[in-house]
Design a protein around this ligand. Sequence first.
Ligand code: 13P
Ligand code: ZN
Length: 274
Amino acid sequence: MKFLEAEFVKGFIRMANDGWEQGWHERNGGNLSYRVKEEEVQLVRENFAPGEWQEIGTTVKGLAGEYFLVTGSGKYFRNVAIAPEESICMIELDESGEKYRIVWGLINGGRPTSELPSHLMNLEVVKKKSDGRYRVVYHAHTTNIIALTFVLPLSDEVFTRELWEMATECPVVFPDGIGVIPWMVPGGKEIAVATSEKMKQYDVAVWAHHGMFATGEDFDLTFGLMHTVEKAAEILVKMLSMRSDKLQTITPDNFRDLAKDFGVTLPERFLQEK
Ligand code: 13P
Ligand code: ZN
Protein backbone atom coordinates (compact mmCIF):
# COMPACT_ATOMS: atom_id res chain seq x y z
CA MET A 1 0.00 0.00 0.00
CA LYS A 2 1.19 3.54 -0.76
CA PHE A 3 2.33 5.18 2.48
CA LEU A 4 -0.03 8.17 2.28
CA GLU A 5 -3.05 5.93 1.65
CA ALA A 6 -2.83 4.16 5.01
CA GLU A 7 -5.61 5.18 7.41
CA PHE A 8 -3.24 5.83 10.34
CA VAL A 9 -1.21 8.22 8.17
CA LYS A 10 -4.37 10.02 7.02
CA GLY A 11 -5.53 10.31 10.64
CA PHE A 12 -2.16 11.75 11.70
CA ILE A 13 -2.22 14.34 8.89
CA ARG A 14 -5.82 15.34 9.64
CA MET A 15 -5.03 15.85 13.32
CA ALA A 16 -2.01 18.05 12.49
CA ASN A 17 -4.18 20.13 10.17
CA ASP A 18 -6.95 20.42 12.78
CA GLY A 19 -4.37 21.80 15.22
CA TRP A 20 -3.14 24.30 12.62
CA GLU A 21 -6.72 25.46 12.03
CA GLN A 22 -7.17 26.02 15.77
CA GLY A 23 -4.26 28.49 15.70
CA TRP A 24 -2.07 26.40 18.02
CA HIS A 25 0.87 26.02 15.61
CA GLU A 26 2.50 29.30 14.64
CA ARG A 27 5.57 28.75 12.47
CA ASN A 28 7.04 25.34 13.53
CA GLY A 29 5.36 25.40 16.95
CA GLY A 30 4.15 22.07 18.33
CA ASN A 31 4.79 18.43 17.41
CA LEU A 32 2.90 15.14 17.18
CA SER A 33 3.82 11.46 17.56
CA TYR A 34 1.99 8.17 17.07
CA ARG A 35 3.15 4.68 18.15
CA VAL A 36 2.34 2.62 15.07
CA LYS A 37 0.59 -0.76 15.44
CA GLU A 38 2.47 -3.85 14.21
CA GLU A 39 -0.16 -4.55 11.51
CA GLU A 40 0.05 -0.94 10.31
CA VAL A 41 3.85 -1.23 9.98
CA GLN A 42 3.35 -4.29 7.74
CA LEU A 43 0.85 -2.38 5.56
CA VAL A 44 3.41 0.28 4.59
CA ARG A 45 6.72 -1.59 4.99
CA GLU A 46 7.27 -1.77 1.19
CA ASN A 47 7.84 2.04 1.19
CA PHE A 48 10.69 1.99 3.72
CA ALA A 49 14.19 3.28 2.87
CA PRO A 50 16.09 3.16 6.20
CA GLY A 51 18.62 5.91 6.97
CA GLU A 52 21.48 5.99 9.47
CA TRP A 53 20.98 5.16 13.16
CA GLN A 54 21.00 8.32 15.34
CA GLU A 55 21.04 8.95 19.09
CA ILE A 56 17.61 9.74 20.63
CA GLY A 57 19.22 11.58 23.56
CA THR A 58 17.51 9.38 26.14
CA THR A 59 16.72 5.70 26.69
CA VAL A 60 13.27 4.20 26.12
CA LYS A 61 13.73 0.45 26.58
CA GLY A 62 9.96 -0.05 26.82
CA LEU A 63 9.61 1.04 23.16
CA ALA A 64 12.59 -0.91 21.72
CA GLY A 65 12.04 -2.08 18.13
CA GLU A 66 8.80 -0.11 17.68
CA TYR A 67 7.87 2.34 14.90
CA PHE A 68 6.58 5.91 15.26
CA LEU A 69 5.10 8.55 13.00
CA VAL A 70 6.42 11.98 14.08
CA THR A 71 6.51 15.57 12.83
CA GLY A 72 9.87 16.94 11.69
CA SER A 73 11.92 19.49 13.60
CA GLY A 74 11.45 23.00 12.22
CA LYS A 75 8.57 21.82 10.01
CA TYR A 76 5.30 23.74 9.96
CA PHE A 77 1.99 22.08 10.94
CA ARG A 78 0.51 24.28 8.22
CA ASN A 79 2.44 22.25 5.64
CA VAL A 80 1.74 18.74 6.95
CA ALA A 81 -1.41 18.26 4.84
CA ILE A 82 0.10 20.04 1.81
CA ALA A 83 3.49 18.25 1.76
CA PRO A 84 3.45 15.37 4.26
CA GLU A 85 6.51 13.61 2.79
CA GLU A 86 8.57 16.78 3.50
CA SER A 87 7.09 17.54 6.92
CA ILE A 88 6.74 14.24 8.79
CA CYS A 89 8.63 10.95 9.06
CA MET A 90 8.32 7.39 10.27
CA ILE A 91 11.12 6.21 12.55
CA GLU A 92 12.19 2.82 13.88
CA LEU A 93 13.84 2.37 17.30
CA ASP A 94 16.71 -0.06 17.82
CA GLU A 95 16.72 -2.90 20.34
CA SER A 96 18.52 -0.83 23.01
CA GLY A 97 15.87 1.92 22.92
CA GLU A 98 18.67 4.49 22.52
CA LYS A 99 18.79 5.01 18.76
CA TYR A 100 16.35 5.73 15.95
CA ARG A 101 16.49 5.75 12.17
CA ILE A 102 14.16 7.37 9.64
CA VAL A 103 12.47 4.78 7.41
CA TRP A 104 10.13 7.11 5.48
CA GLY A 105 9.59 10.85 4.92
CA LEU A 106 11.52 14.10 5.41
CA ILE A 107 12.53 13.73 1.77
CA ASN A 108 14.29 17.11 1.71
CA GLY A 109 16.32 16.27 4.81
CA GLY A 110 15.83 17.07 8.46
CA ARG A 111 15.27 15.16 11.66
CA PRO A 112 12.36 14.29 13.92
CA THR A 113 11.02 16.97 16.29
CA SER A 114 13.48 18.41 18.81
CA GLU A 115 10.99 17.21 21.45
CA LEU A 116 11.57 13.55 20.46
CA PRO A 117 12.92 12.73 23.96
CA SER A 118 9.69 14.08 25.54
CA HIS A 119 7.47 12.31 23.02
CA LEU A 120 9.19 8.94 23.41
CA MET A 121 9.52 9.10 27.21
CA ASN A 122 5.84 10.06 27.45
CA LEU A 123 4.83 7.30 25.03
CA GLU A 124 6.80 4.78 27.10
CA VAL A 125 5.11 5.86 30.36
CA VAL A 126 1.57 5.99 28.96
CA LYS A 127 1.96 2.68 27.11
CA LYS A 128 2.75 1.12 30.49
CA LYS A 129 -0.03 2.81 32.45
CA SER A 130 -2.68 1.93 29.83
CA ASP A 131 -1.59 -1.68 29.17
CA GLY A 132 -0.53 -0.67 25.67
CA ARG A 133 -3.69 1.21 24.62
CA TYR A 134 -2.26 4.77 24.52
CA ARG A 135 -0.51 5.59 21.24
CA VAL A 136 -0.63 9.36 20.68
CA VAL A 137 1.35 12.23 22.22
CA TYR A 138 0.56 15.79 21.11
CA HIS A 139 2.34 19.05 21.93
CA ALA A 140 0.63 22.35 21.02
CA HIS A 141 1.17 26.04 21.75
CA THR A 142 -2.34 26.61 23.09
CA THR A 143 -2.84 30.35 23.58
CA ASN A 144 -5.14 30.48 26.59
CA ILE A 145 -3.36 27.84 28.68
CA ILE A 146 -0.10 29.70 28.07
CA ALA A 147 -1.73 32.98 29.15
CA LEU A 148 -2.94 31.37 32.40
CA THR A 149 0.60 30.26 33.31
CA PHE A 150 1.41 33.95 33.93
CA VAL A 151 -1.38 34.55 36.44
CA LEU A 152 -2.24 31.26 38.19
CA PRO A 153 0.06 29.53 40.71
CA LEU A 154 1.89 26.75 38.84
CA SER A 155 0.32 23.89 40.80
CA ASP A 156 -1.53 20.80 39.59
CA GLU A 157 -4.28 21.43 42.15
CA VAL A 158 -4.98 25.04 41.12
CA PHE A 159 -4.93 24.41 37.35
CA THR A 160 -7.08 21.29 37.63
CA ARG A 161 -9.72 22.84 39.87
CA GLU A 162 -9.93 26.16 38.02
CA LEU A 163 -10.30 24.41 34.65
CA TRP A 164 -12.80 21.87 35.99
CA GLU A 165 -14.97 24.78 37.17
CA MET A 166 -15.05 26.32 33.68
CA ALA A 167 -17.10 23.60 31.95
CA THR A 168 -19.19 20.76 33.35
CA GLU A 169 -17.68 18.24 30.91
CA CYS A 170 -14.10 18.88 32.10
CA PRO A 171 -13.98 16.55 35.13
CA VAL A 172 -15.52 13.82 32.98
CA VAL A 173 -12.98 14.33 30.16
CA PHE A 174 -9.90 14.64 32.44
CA PRO A 175 -10.93 13.13 35.80
CA ASP A 176 -7.31 12.50 36.84
CA GLY A 177 -6.55 16.23 36.59
CA ILE A 178 -3.64 17.94 34.87
CA GLY A 179 0.02 18.40 35.76
CA VAL A 180 1.96 21.65 35.58
CA ILE A 181 5.69 21.99 34.94
CA PRO A 182 7.51 25.25 35.71
CA TRP A 183 9.46 26.90 32.90
CA MET A 184 12.32 24.72 31.67
CA VAL A 185 14.58 24.69 28.62
CA PRO A 186 12.67 22.75 25.94
CA GLY A 187 14.05 20.06 23.65
CA GLY A 188 16.14 17.98 26.04
CA LYS A 189 16.12 15.05 28.42
CA GLU A 190 15.50 17.09 31.59
CA ILE A 191 12.10 18.44 30.48
CA ALA A 192 11.30 14.99 29.04
CA VAL A 193 11.89 13.36 32.44
CA ALA A 194 9.78 16.00 34.24
CA THR A 195 6.91 15.65 31.73
CA SER A 196 6.90 11.86 31.74
CA GLU A 197 6.76 11.92 35.58
CA LYS A 198 3.52 13.95 35.31
CA MET A 199 2.18 11.59 32.61
CA LYS A 200 2.36 8.67 35.05
CA GLN A 201 -0.54 10.34 36.83
CA TYR A 202 -2.22 12.61 34.27
CA ASP A 203 -3.05 12.61 30.53
CA VAL A 204 -2.24 16.33 30.25
CA ALA A 205 0.86 18.32 31.23
CA VAL A 206 1.16 22.10 30.97
CA TRP A 207 4.57 23.61 30.18
CA ALA A 208 4.60 27.07 31.79
CA HIS A 209 4.95 29.93 29.27
CA HIS A 210 5.21 27.40 26.44
CA GLY A 211 2.24 25.09 25.79
CA MET A 212 0.73 21.74 26.59
CA PHE A 213 1.23 17.99 26.12
CA ALA A 214 -1.76 15.64 25.82
CA THR A 215 -1.89 11.88 25.36
CA GLY A 216 -4.50 9.26 24.53
CA GLU A 217 -5.51 6.08 22.77
CA ASP A 218 -6.15 7.57 19.34
CA PHE A 219 -6.13 10.82 17.36
CA ASP A 220 -9.74 11.77 18.19
CA LEU A 221 -9.41 11.26 21.95
CA THR A 222 -6.07 13.06 22.15
CA PHE A 223 -7.14 16.02 20.01
CA GLY A 224 -10.45 16.18 21.89
CA LEU A 225 -8.59 16.27 25.21
CA MET A 226 -6.30 19.12 24.09
CA HIS A 227 -9.33 20.98 22.69
CA THR A 228 -11.37 20.56 25.88
CA VAL A 229 -8.58 21.79 28.18
CA GLU A 230 -7.81 24.76 25.92
CA LYS A 231 -11.54 25.65 25.65
CA ALA A 232 -11.83 25.66 29.46
CA ALA A 233 -8.73 27.86 29.59
CA GLU A 234 -10.35 30.26 27.12
CA ILE A 235 -13.44 30.53 29.32
CA LEU A 236 -11.25 31.18 32.36
CA VAL A 237 -9.31 33.90 30.53
CA LYS A 238 -12.63 35.53 29.52
CA MET A 239 -14.02 35.25 33.05
CA LEU A 240 -10.86 36.73 34.61
CA SER A 241 -11.00 39.55 32.05
CA MET A 242 -14.50 40.49 33.23
CA ARG A 243 -13.78 40.33 36.97
CA SER A 244 -11.33 38.57 39.27
CA ASP A 245 -13.89 36.66 41.34
CA LYS A 246 -16.92 34.48 40.58
CA LEU A 247 -20.49 35.23 41.61
CA GLN A 248 -21.27 31.50 41.41
CA THR A 249 -19.51 28.36 40.26
CA ILE A 250 -19.56 24.54 40.29
CA THR A 251 -19.04 23.56 43.95
CA PRO A 252 -17.11 20.60 45.42
CA ASP A 253 -20.45 18.88 46.20
CA ASN A 254 -21.62 19.50 42.63
CA PHE A 255 -18.44 17.72 41.44
CA ARG A 256 -19.08 14.80 43.82
CA ASP A 257 -22.65 14.45 42.45
CA LEU A 258 -21.35 14.60 38.88
CA ALA A 259 -18.70 11.96 39.62
CA LYS A 260 -21.37 9.60 41.00
CA ASP A 261 -23.69 9.95 38.00
CA PHE A 262 -20.95 9.83 35.36
CA GLY A 263 -19.04 6.97 36.97
CA VAL A 264 -15.72 8.80 37.35
CA THR A 265 -13.44 9.08 40.38
CA LEU A 266 -12.35 12.62 41.20
CA PRO A 267 -9.40 12.83 43.64
CA GLU A 268 -10.46 14.71 46.79
CA ARG A 269 -7.26 16.79 46.71
CA PHE A 270 -8.80 18.73 43.80
CA LEU A 271 -12.03 19.37 45.72
CA GLN A 272 -10.74 21.20 48.79
CA GLU A 273 -12.56 24.33 50.01
CA LYS A 274 -10.76 27.44 48.72
P1 13P B 1 10.18 21.30 16.61
O1 13P B 1 10.00 22.13 15.34
O2 13P B 1 11.60 20.80 16.76
O3 13P B 1 9.15 20.20 16.68
O4 13P B 1 9.96 22.26 17.85
C1 13P B 1 8.76 22.96 18.00
C2 13P B 1 8.37 23.14 19.43
O5 13P B 1 7.24 23.39 19.72
C3 13P B 1 9.41 22.99 20.48
O6 13P B 1 8.85 22.93 21.76
ZN1 ZN C 1 6.83 23.85 21.81
